[in-house]
Design a protein around this ligand. Structure first.
Ligand code: C2E
Ligand code: MG
Ligand code: MG
Length: 763
């Protein structure tokens, strides 16, 4: 208000303004010039003007004062004298008005006058108003930051001051905040871009420069953010979001299509750097609205996801691929089959699925150890990879089962050819740990669309065909046919039934006597498992043991057999009053059972069978799986007093060094050798040397599967110690065992040529 009046006054030009104070009656300096209000009073308006001026000045929120120039002898301005100060000037300076009135400016502002004084002089001399903001020290001026305006008024100035301290503080605070924000923005570890509503880059930080390869001055205010995008990717995204064509052609609209106010919309893109290289990024965008609520632009945060992507790919690979062989895993295979079937459906081609299983792989694993088994699997994977085209899929289903998926097949003849090729890939021997291994494989094949069914069934059909190939004699391929389904179903229902066999009390043990070939007396028995199947009748171990091993059911079944054999065996011993040995079979897998020792101890305690009457039969393979745990278990069993026999000797990979190393009590020659030895010179030589070496090691030899007198004569002549076989008796239920033994003894005793005599004569 005052400033406005003054401006008006100043505009009127030199009115001959007074060197006196206003007429507050406080002080009126002598002057030769008539004061302007007096002159006005001549035309009668002066009083009104004056009181209006005073009222305005006194009520103003600004400080206001009139300063007259005080000139020195040379006519230059030496100081200023305050001729009028309004009330607010007191608040401003913190000094009473009376103490300032008619005071020289140099007295009022002794320390800070300098620059202000020069400015005021200039205003007086040039007539140019000055407008300034200045900081004043505390005791002289109570306000710290003052904005003042000086206007020439006659030979002096009218000075308006306002306290802008608070505004300055706020400004400083805001500046610091802005600086802080800017430093966060600039140094953020992720790239930040800001754009206007049309996508033109309005700001970007250091990380954004590094990511894009563009410096700020290249993009800010000049280019759209879409310069960093792949056009085709934006177009593809537009199609994905079903955006109208018009929108799709504007890349930036695609970029912000999903961006809603206040929320980050994230999407992965390829960032094309300035040098043309590409990197995957994740870009989170959000709209920014101004104070009035309208969209003022966008902020995007971009993160380079190369590493994350690589990590994800690695983890996905781990999850979907077999670690040992690097082949696709089961889940991945399923996807591939689904895709292959879809494509074949579309293009009218065929997909062939080959399920390949190594023959008797378990034996390699059991006899040469898991490390060797792993090497065989790795070599198998390599051979299969070599046998297929790069577009085919090779997967490992687990264990020794592999699957090959071939697409774009045209004729069944080609498919048969490929299957045969897979089988012959195994003809060359594998050298594993110095062993020459002759590995064979059985292959089952199913073909889409010849066999209708979804992807899952394709595998099932091929699997059934593979089982049939095995049953057909292994080392061959078979194409799936409907009959095989029945076999699969049989196998599945057998497995279901076996799971319930113990609970339903369907398992039985039969006992086969063992005799001494020197005395002819019955010296022991072997417990042999049977399954009384509700529909199929009495099943032999060959029918269900492989299934039990495969499914792990061998553990509970073996545990049951152990306890049952000890109980029934002890009853037989008591009934006959004979000190017979009881032999129980244990498969290698049962040695993986941690509590096997407790199972044995419990069975012995419960049955009352002396530990030294118990003999466990293990195969060579159990010995060869040289795991510390297996050996420790054998040692612990032997420590109880339990004896050990090697079953089926001559069929595994075992050699005599193991027998020396792990002192066994008996060695059972496999029935195949017993059968052959009577007629075949080579087999006879093998049996002879087994017997000779065993005797050298103080190990008793038992002949298995003794069926004929001729075999018996041969064994006696070769000084084989003991025998068991149909010639003496078939395995019988415990209840019949006593009868069998008594009949055998009466027969030999009644015979004119008692067995003992007969045997020694033969020898
Ligand atoms: P193994 O231990 O070698 O048992 C001898 C097998 O030869 C028995 O077959 C027996 O019935 C048969 N056998 C005995 N004398 C003759 C003969 O003169 N001629 C012919 N042709 N065969 C004869 P089985 O009972 O079918 O048992 C087969 C295999 O099943 C056993 O071979 C053994 O490895 C396994 N097994 C049987 N019971 C058990 C068990 O309780 N636990 C475990 N882990 N395996 C068992
Ligand atoms: Mg046996
Ligand atoms: Mg045997």
């Amino acid at each position: 208000m005052i400033a406005a009046i003054l401006a008006r006054v100043a505009a009127r030009g030199a009115l001959g303004l007074p060197r006196t104070a206003v007429a507050t009656g406080l002080a009126v300096a002598a002057t030769s010039v008539v004061p302007w209000w007096r002159r006005r009073s001549i035309n009668g308006r002066v009083e009104t003007e004056h009181s209006r001026f005073i009222a305005a000045a006194e009520t103003s929120l600004d400080g206001f004062c009139l300063l007259d120039a005080v000139r020195g002898p040379d006519g230059g301005i030496a100081d200023f004298c305050a001729t009028y100060l309004n009330r607010n000037m007191e608040t401003f300076t913190g000094v009473a008005r009376a103490d300032l009135q008619n005071k020289l400016l140099s007295k009022m502002l002794p320390t800070t006058l300098g620059a202000l004084f020069r400015e005021l002089c200039e205003v007086v001399e040039t007539g140019q108003p000055a407008r300034e903001e200045r900081r004043f020290p505390k005791p002289e001026v109570s306000a710290q930051w003052v904005r003042y305006q000086a206007v020439r008024l006659a030979d002096g100035v009218a000075l308006t001051c306002s306290d802008v301290t608070e505004a300055y503080r706020t400004k400083e605070r805001l500046e610091r905040l802005a600086e802080f924000n800017d430093s966060i923005f600039q140094n953020a570890p992720f790239s930040i871009f800001a754009t206007d509503p049309d996508g033109i880059v309005s700001a970007m930080n250091g990380a954004a420069e590094k990511l894009s390869g563009y410096a700020r001055e290249h993009l800010v205010g000049k280019a759209s953010i879409t310069i960093l995008h792949d056009r085709r990717e934006l177009e593809a995204r537009a199609r994905e979001l079903s955006l109208p064509v018009a929108v799709a052609t504007d890349g930036f609209q695609v970029l912000t299509a999903n961006v809603t106010e206040g929320e980050m919309a994230e999407h992965e893109w390829t960032c094309i750097r300035r040098d043309g290289t590409r990197t995957p990024i994740s870009l989170a965008m959000r709209g920014v609205t101004g104070a009035t609520g309208e969209l003022s632009g966008y902020v995007g945060i971009a993160v380079d996801v190369t590493e994350r992507k690589a990590m994800l790919e690695y983890v996905t690979h781990l999850a979907t691929h077999d670690q040992l062989t690097g082949l696709a895993g089961r889940a991945h295979l399923q996807d591939r089959i689904v895709q292959a079937v879809e494509r074949a459906h579309r293009y009218g081609t065929k997909v062939a699925i080959f399920v390949l299983d190594l023959d008797q792989f378990k034996r390699i694993n059991d006899s040469l150890g898991h490390w060797a088994g792993d090497q065989v699997l790795i070599e198998t994977a390599n051979r299969l990879r070599d046998a297929v085209r790069s577009s085919d899929t090779v997967a490992r289903m687990g264990g020794d089962e592999f699957v090959v998926v071939m697409e774009d097949m045209v004729s069944l003849r080609d498919i048969e050819h490929c299957a045969a090729n897979l089988v012959t890939r195994f003809a060359p021997e594998m050298t594993i740990e110095g062993h020459q291994l002759h590995i064979t494989a059985s292959v089952g094949v199913s073909v889409y669309p010849d066999v209708h069914g979804d992807a899952r069934h394709m595998l099932k059909w091929a699997d059934a065909a593979m089982y049939s190939a095995k049953e057909n004699g292994r080392n061959q391929h078979l194409m799936f046919n409907e009959d095989m389904l029945r076999e699969t179903a049989d196998r599945l229902s057998l497995e279901r039934a076996l799971r319930n066999a113990i609970a339903r009390n369907e398992l039985r043990l039969h006992y086969q006597p063992q005799i001494s070939l020197t005395t002819g007396a019955v010296i022991g028995m072997e417990a042999l498992l049977r399954w009384q199947h509700p529909e199929l009748g009495l099943l032999m171990p060959a029918k269900f043991m492989p299934l039990a091993e495969e499914t792990g059911l061998i553990i509970p079944i073996g545990e049951w057999a152990f306890a049952e054999a000890c109980c029934e065996g002890q009853q037989i011993r008591e009934e006959l009053g004979m000190d017979l040995t009881l032999a129980v079979n244990l498969s290698p897998r049962q040695f993986g059972q941690k509590n096997l020792l407790q199972v044995a101890q419990h069975a012995l305690r419960l049955s009352g069978l002396p530990a030294n009457a118990l003999e466990i039969e293990i195969t060579e393979n159990t010995l060869m799986v040289n795991s510390a745990a297996t050996m420790e278990m054998l040692e612990n069993l032997r420590a109880l007093g339990v004896r050990t026999a090697i079953d089926d000797f001559g069929t595994g990979f075992c050699n005599f060094s193991y027998l020396i190393q792990y002192k066994v009590d008996r060695l059972k020659i496999d029935q195949r050798f017993v059968r052959l030895a009577a007629t075949d010179a080579n087999a006879a030589a093998v049996v002879r040397s087994i017997i000779a070496m065993s005797h050298g090691l103080d190990v008793k030899v038992v002949a298995e599967g003794l069926e004929t007198e001729q075999e018996m004569r041969f064994l006696v002549r070769r000084r084989c110690d003991e025998a068991q076989g149909y010639l003496i008796s078939k395995p019988v239920p415990a209840a019949d065992f006593g009868g069998v033994v008594r009949r055998y003894m009466t027969k030999t005793a009644a015979s004119s040529r008692p067995t003992t005599a007969r045997l020694s004569r033969l020898a």
